[in-house]
Design a protein. Structure first.
Length: 468
């Protein structure tokens, strides 16, 4: 593994100006990647223009591809000379990206070292990476890989070994488009610039940590991807564990990629399912038909493209421990689900109760809570203060503030790191494997039926027995 570039979240110069999209006709490319490219080009952070090369099995002509890019850029109102130039110079080549000769043809069409974006089904990505081993990549090329990275710890390690032979680790971007630069900096700024928080940030004062991503959206025609993943892999393994790492890690020495990623890796290495019992520490459920915001949703099992026999969960919950001096005994609850009535995307730090309540004060029920919402990023601190009428009565108040929203959505911020060759926001090989190491025993317990698949009506808060 090479020594990582001394890059920081501030970003350096743009060093990559060609984006090669493998899987250009796919859903991710059209719905997420190309719009984010448009937003980045239209921002002061992005390259002025890009050479955009699309590749896929579809026998598209240039006009079809340029039309796709134009629509994607228009969907985010991206305009300007860089946008026009990128569209006008972009090319499309029909190719089987698992074939080395086709890959060579694609690389020959690139200007300078490209960022190669694998917008492909995971199994095709693995084959394309293997085929790239037979082709020489221009020095400085970057690889951009989507979630899920592998299907378990062993397959992630195999893929790491293959791509590690292609380019140095700091040129590999396993993208986590959930945590953009602003969210990461907001968390770091909050934790490490307030003397008030860090001394309390441990098992001595914190009772529990909840990291929740509940969304009202159902499957949204994404069965092809989601039915093979489920909530545990789609959200908890891929994203929420990264959030946990930022909450649990020790202070990094700097914002440089190596310092930050080392501290995140330390936290994840110490993380395991609560009490080593994956069946007791996890729950899973699937939504049935219901109504959300006056929208009728069919049950997940009835959605087009879903194979009900796979028993894919749409709501997952996992209790983890971070087995360090700082965190021993503090449960970290990670939960994510779809088709839930109450969209809730937040980190909740619940502090321990005060050691003794003063006799005579009344009405104190709740502990101090710090709530950090993700998208839009907001901060709320729930405190107890004396009520307005009865000076002995304690009331609940909330101090709140908005975080800086950042100039770009998370996906654009992550892409910015790719073009600046800054791996700070990318998931490092060891961390990607650790995340699988943490969830693999849970997936195994679910496969053996040790954890029942429960049900909840779409639009509800989850299975009735889960409400706490
Ligand atoms: P799709 O199935 O929609 O698209 C995959 C693309 O790859 C298609 O254009 C397909 O072309 C092309 N392709 C498949 N095999 C080859 C081949 N041998 N040579 C060239 N092209 C090929 O998948 P998604 O876009 O949904 O997902 C892509 C990746 O992104 C996956 O890893 C997924 O996990 C990840 N992801 C997707 C998200 C989403 O919202 N879609 C969100 C987050 C991650 P054809 O159709 O002609 O076969």
């Amino acid at each position: 593994m090479s020594v990582e570039a001394a890059s920081t979240l501030k970003g350096g110069a743009v060093v990559i100006e060609t984006l090669l999209v493998l899987g250009a006709s796919g859903d991710l490319a059209g719905r997420l990647l190309l719009p984010a490219v448009g937003q980045l080009l239209d921002s002061p952070e992005g390259p002025e223009a890009l050479t955009l090369v699309g590749a896929g099995m579809e026998a598209w002509d240039e006009d079809t591809w340029r039309d796709r890019i134009t629509k994607a850029f228009a969907s985010v109102n991206a305009t300007g000379p860089g946008i026009d130039k990128t569209i006008a110079t972009s090319i499309y080549l029909t190719a089987d990206v698992t074939n080395a000769a086709d890959l060579k043809r694609l690389l020959d069409a690139c200007q300078g070292p490209p960022a190669i974006y694998f917008a492909l089904p995971p199994a095709v990505t693995a084959k394309a990476c293997a085929a790239l081993g037979q082709v020489s990549l221009p020095p400085g090329s970057a690889l951009v890989l989507e979630k899920p990275f592998g299907v378990d710890q062993a397959s992630a390690a195999d893929l790491d070994a293959i791509i590690g032979r292609l380019v140095p680790e700091d040129q590999i971007h396993r993208v986590d488009h959930f945590l953009g630069k602003s969210t990461v900096l907001n968390l770091l700024g909050l934790r490490f610039t307030n003397r008030l928080l860090e001394p309390l940030w441990s098992a001595d004062h914190i009772d529990r940590v909840d990291i929740v991503f509940d969304e009202p959206l159902g499957l949204e025609n994404r069965a092809r991807y989601y039915d093979g993943a489920g909530a545990l892999v789609d959200m908890i393994q891929s994203h929420l564990l990264q959030v946990l790492a930022l909450i649990a890690m020790d202070p990094p020495a700097s914002l440089q990629a190596r310092d930050l990623r080392d501290r995140k890796a330390d936290a994840l290495r110490a993380c395991r399912v609560w009490a080593g019992d994956p069946a007791a520490a996890s729950r899973r459920a699937r939504y049935t038909a219901g109504t959300i915001d006056s929208r009728e949703l069919p049950g997940y099992a009835e959605e087009a493209g879903v194979d009900p026999a796979r028993e894919t969960e749409t709501l997952a919950e996992l209790i983890l421990e971070v087995d360090t001096w700082r965190w021993a005994g503090v449960p970290f609850r990670l939960r994510s689900g779809k088709a839930l009535g109450n969209g809730r995307k937040e980190i909740v730090i619940t502090f321990k109760p005060v050691p003794r309540l003063l006799p005579g004060l009344t009405g104190i029920a709740e502990p101090t809570r710090l709530r950090i919402s993700m998208g839009p990023d907001r901060l709320a601190l729930d405190l107890n203060i004396n009520g307005p009428d009865d000076p002995f009565g304690i009331d609940r108040v909330t101090l709140d503030a908005d975080f800086n929203p950042g100039r770009l959505p998370a996906y654009g911020e992550v892409l910015e790191g790719v073009f600046r060759s800054d791996p700070t926001l990318s998931v490092r090989a060891d961390t990607a494997e650790e995340c699988w190491r943490i969830v693999d025993p849970v997936l195994q317990a679910w496969r053996t039926g040790a954890v029942p698949l429960e049900e909840y009506p779409a639009g509800s808060a989850g299975p009735a027995t889960w409400i706490d």
